[in-house]
Write a protein that binds this ligand. Sequence first.
Ligand SMILES: Nc1ncnc2c1ncn2[C@@H]1O[C@H](COP(=O)(O)OP(=O)(O)OP(=O)(O)O)[C@@H](O)[C@H]1O
Ligand SMILES: [Mg+2]
Length: 265
Amino acid sequence: MATVYAVANQKGGVAKSTTALTVAAALTERGLAVLTVDADPQACLTFGLGYDPDGLQPTLHDVLAGDTPLAQSIRQHPETDLAPSSIDLAGGEVALLQRTGREFLLKGELAGVAVSYDAIVIDCPPSLGVLTVSALTAADHVVIPIQCETLSHRGVGQLLETIADVRKLTNPDLGIAGFVATMYDGRTRHGRAVLADVQQRYGLELLAPPVRKSVRFAEAPHEGVSILRYDDRVPGAAAYRILAARLAGLVIDPAWWEAAGTTNA
Ligand SMILES: Nc1ncnc2c1ncn2[C@@H]1O[C@H](COP(=O)(O)OP(=O)(O)OP(=O)(O)O)[C@@H](O)[C@H]1O
Ligand SMILES: [Mg+2]
């Protein structure tokens, strides 16, 4: 049965979709069978795997707002299977609000395919609405991407409160795997100070070396592949491979972590 990870942070543009896609690709590299679920109406993950979200059907919208089984929506990509999204899901979110047990619909759908996968990675939208709550309800663990810049982590407390509510109401077993520092510029004292502050303030575990900034990350989606295929010489690629190894339960050799660029990143 698959372990389910929700990549969540209601702050926009902190590299949730990049993290979901890249860690999925890195888990596939390790030989795991991986499904990514695009739970964001913006469909960036779907686009990043080379699909045009405007022309796709069925998508998660048809699964959650209609009666298409999730299995029927799944596409095969060399780096990960994908349950795609489309802008229709924005309307679907409203339709979902009318449905009884709405928070559990995604969990139920994933249960139907979980035997076919080792890991399922859900990319959440930048809000704490019904789609994110559905993902948190379906997940075993949350992975929180945080951009280590001033004010960027101000919403993390609110996310942790939502996670506490989900534990109380819909998913008592939800765990927090930890956080990933994204778009990191460790050359500045500022970046390092914010990283330390996030660790201390929220008591979250840093899961991998900070993922350094590189324009290559913004280029990869246009080729429909992850950074691991597009250009895995960028240090962030190594950081995501460590994240995947960590989620797969491996003990990380400190030398590997070091080589991936923690020091003076
Ligand atoms: N390490 C990085 N270095 C430079 N750019 C990055 C890095 N990681 C992600 N990006 C870029 O930052 C932008 C935002 O990333 P992404 O779409 O993954 O964030 P998100 O949190 O999913 O956004 P949203 O909240 O809109 O869903 C994208 O253009 C992406 O290519
Ligand atoms: Mg996104």
